[in-house]
Design a protein around this ligand. Structure first.
Ligand SMILES: C[S@@+](CC[C@H](N)C(=O)[O-])C[C@H]1O[C@@H](n2cnc3c(N)ncnc32)[C@H](O)[C@@H]1O
Length: 477
């Protein structure tokens, strides 16, 4: 821990013991929005099932890939990645090549990740690859595992997975109890690696970043460049303040968020979680059936009614229940049509769902938001840019309400709006949307990645086009 503290002090950070949370990362200077607080390469990582073969196992880039000719299970974007991974992959390749086809099928991304973690530890112990103060197995050892809180069923599953790792790596000494604990550590410490547009690509273990605790109103965000993880400040963090990120999707009610946090074995007590009752009603509650009232319905069991908390009107329980069951049926049909792959029919069904949801829920409700996000995707698929833009625009005020002002999801939604407006030749609006996207994503993603550079160049193009159109207008008048 002392070695880690020394290394972190150069980055103006320290590790502190925080009541009720365990370790936490604390700033030793002020950080400002957009500052990269820390970045770290994964100690071990593996692409998800759907990304296997479409991202490089080394750097997670989605370039033209080549399969390793030895094991035929691992993919690289080029000789640089293959070379840099070779010391580890040499052992992994030998192990994979010895497996039967049936065993190979059992190698889930999590098992592959643990195999890599064990091999990395072996190579560092044998001095084949170097260790540093921020890159060593002691940091993995120090991670919380919550083993004593695990249910028997989960423990048995982890033990079986540990056994499989032992089978895959017969040439490495493996302690089954310790290996079981590693799976438990992964569950509360590993992070999903995403691309710049937040599409999940795989999983990585980042032992230093794993010291960062959770908040539903975080002051920082975790983003990735390939498999390299960056934590950036999204608001001012004062010296002495804890750096916090969100482990979960924060566009959810407090109940859903606490439920999503169960795998981490703590109850969040951030400011948002302590004050959320009204917000929860907006996100998930039924609204008053009188469209002129913006109250919420509270169930009254004795009277068999739903009563509006604002205007006090009692609404017949049956009327509400009938609407709910009608909605459930419509949603079922729409989902089935979506999986059947008929976008035109699906768009009509989802629009019916939207209309009924508008009767039942607040206009900022999560259910309505998800329906509109689905409609946006469907219209994109149909190349109906006007329809897609309509739904993209409808989601933005809800994102602004649900997320903090600097949040990647909000920035990405502005970016999508801008691209659609550009396609529809609404240059002024596209410029506004691209600018809003740059203002947010420049902070969350930094300004030097190809993704942000492309966004900035789109904004510049829109600015030039808008100026050209304006000068034409001026010369006419
Ligand atoms: C990724 S680790 C964070 C570092 C951890 N505190 C440690 O000591 O290593 C996740 C674990 O930290 C704790 N934790 C994270 N955020 C918390 C919070 N807001 N309140 C209480 N405990 C929290 C929980 O035990 C959780 O399983």
């Amino acid at each position: 821990m002392e070695a880690l503290r020394r290394a972190l002090s150069d980055r103006c950070l320290t590790v502190s013991w925080l009541p009720g949370k365990g370790r936490g990362l604390v700033a030793t200077r002020d950080f400002f929005p957009g500052d990269a607080i820390i970045n770290e390469d994964a100690y071990a990582s593996s692409p998800s099932k759907s990304s296997t073969g479409s991202v490089c196992d080394g750097c997670f880039a989605s370039a033209k890939l080549k399969k390793c000719s030895g094991c035929r299970m691992v993919w690289y974007c080029g000789s640089a990645c293959q070379k840099s991974e070779w010391k580890l992959h040499q052992l992994e390749c030998r192990a994979l090549a010895m497996l039967s086809d049936d065993r190979k099928k059992m190698l889930t991304p999590t098992i592959k990740l643990v195999v890599r973690l064990v091999l990395r530890r072996k190579l560092q112990n044998d001095w084949v690859i170097p260790t540093t103060e921020t890159d060593n197995y002691d940091l993995v050892d120090a991670l919380v595992s919550h083993m004593s809180s695990l249910e028997e069923k989960q423990l048995v599953l982890y033990a079986q997975m540990a056994n499989l790792v032992k089978v895959v790596l017969p040439f490495v000494e493996i302690d089954l109890k310790e290996m079981t604990e590693i799976f438990s550590k992964l569950s509360c410490n590993a992070h999903t690696i995403c691309d710049s547009e937040l599409r999940p690509l795989g999983t990585g273990l980042y032992p230093v970043i794993s010291i960062i605790n959770h908040s539903c109103v975080p002051n920082s965000v975790l983003v990735f460049e390939g498999q390299n993880a960056f934590v950036r400040a999204v608001e001012r963090i004062h010296k002495g303040e804890e750096v916090v990120i969100s482990y979960i999707e924060t566009a959810a009610t407090s109940k859903t968020r606490q439920n999503d946090l169960r795998q981490y074995f703590f109850t969040c007590s951030c400011l948002r979680c302590s004050q959320d009752l009204k917000e929860d009603a907006i996100l998930e509650g039924f609204k008053c059936v009188d469209y002129t009232c913006d109250g919420f319905l509270l169930p009254c069991v004795e009277k068999k009614t739903f009563t509006c908390h604002r205007c006090g009107t009692d609404w017949d329980e049956h009327k509400i229940k009938n609407l709910i069951s009608e909605l459930e049926q419509m949603c079922g049909k729409a989902t089935a049509s979506l999986s059947a792959g008929n976008p035109s029919e699906t768009s009509l069904l989802y629009r019916n769902v939207e209309q009924l949801e508008l009767k039942l829920y607040h206009c900022d409700s999560i259910k309505l938001l998800r329906t509109r996000e689905t409609l946006l995707k469907i219209y994109m698929e149909l190349n109906d840019w006007r329809g897609a833009l309509r739904y993209c625009k409808l989601t933005i005020p809800v994102y602004q309400r649900l997320y903090q002002s600097i949040h990647p999801m909000l920035g990405l939604q502005h970016y999508t709006c801008g691209k659609l407006e550009w396609l529809l030749e609404e240059t002024e609006d596209a410029l506004k949307s691209f600018t809003a996207a740059v203002d947010i994503l420049g902070i969350t993603h930094g300004t030097s990645t190809p993704f942000i550079k492309e966004l900035i160049s789109r904004a510049d193009e829109a600015r030039a086009e808008a100026a050209y159109k304006q000068s034409n207008e001026d010369s006419k008048s």
